[in-house]
Ligand binder design. Structure first.
Ligand code: SF4
Length: 207
């Protein structure tokens, strides 16, 4: 039977939650509680969390329970990811987290309208579903995954959509990182408005 996810965001399909180190992007190296919501229809062929796509595989969980779980850890920061977390209304979850002194970071493709109260928005646009301009306007960080050479042009296109203070990152797609990383190194040296983001958690062998 299909999930009936309430529109008020008090119940959310939770795939997994775990305490670890943010491995990539601006907040690299910071301890954070990861909240991975199920459900994504963006369809990236290199997606490394395809198990997240079908929201119905992941139990509807009270946002209040997720907040309580997050509060058990020393770091007062969460990363909400997916799947594509903005499929859901995140106003309630993030409001409760912030009221409890927890900073809220999101990783999103930007394909759905922005909801929630955020301390940091990482926009990682995907080719198969363009990001909404309202998400690009609010992004603190643009992180573009580089899978092949044409992705540099894709990255430059999206750099035009974000605000002037948005941090710009290029990140090698993991399965091709040995081949792609040298291209990113050359690109960033020639175009220093960009910085390199590496999936350090994969090198560290942590989740
Ligand atoms: Fe996977 Fe993220 Fe792409 Fe969805 S947007 S298919 S979760 S990489």
């Amino acid at each position: 039977m299909a999930h009936q996810v309430p529109e008020d965001g008090t119940l959310l399909p939770l795939m997994e939650e775990f305490y670890t180190i943010q491995g990539e992007g601006y907040n690299t190296g910071k301890a954070a509680y990861f909240i991975r919501l199920g459900g994504c229809d963006v369809g990236c062929h290199w997606c490394d969390v395809k198990e997240s796509w079908d929201a119905e595989l992941h139990p509807l969980t009270a946002a209040d329970t997720i907040v309580k779980n997050a509060m058990h850890h020393p770091s007062k920061a969460v990363v909400i990811t997916g799947g594509e977390p903005l499929i859901y209304n995140l106003d309630y979850l993030t409001g409760q987290l912030q009221q409890n002194g927890i900073r809220t970071f999101i990783e999103t493709s930007g394909a759905y309208p922005l909801s929630g109260h955020w301390d940091w928005i990482c926009l990682s646009p995907k080719k198969f579903k363009s990001p909404m301009q309202q998400v690009a306007d609010k992004a603190n960080e643009l992180k573009v995954i580089i899978f092949n050479k044409s992705d540099f042009a894709f990255a430059e296109h999206h750099a035009q959509l974000v605000g002037p203070d948005c941090k710009l990152y290029l990140q090698p797609e993991w399965s091709k990182h040995k081949e792609i990383t040298p291209l990113i190194v050359d690109y960033v040296m020639a175009n220093p408005k960009w910085e390199i983001s590496l999936q350090t958690h994969k090198y560290l062998n942590i989740p």
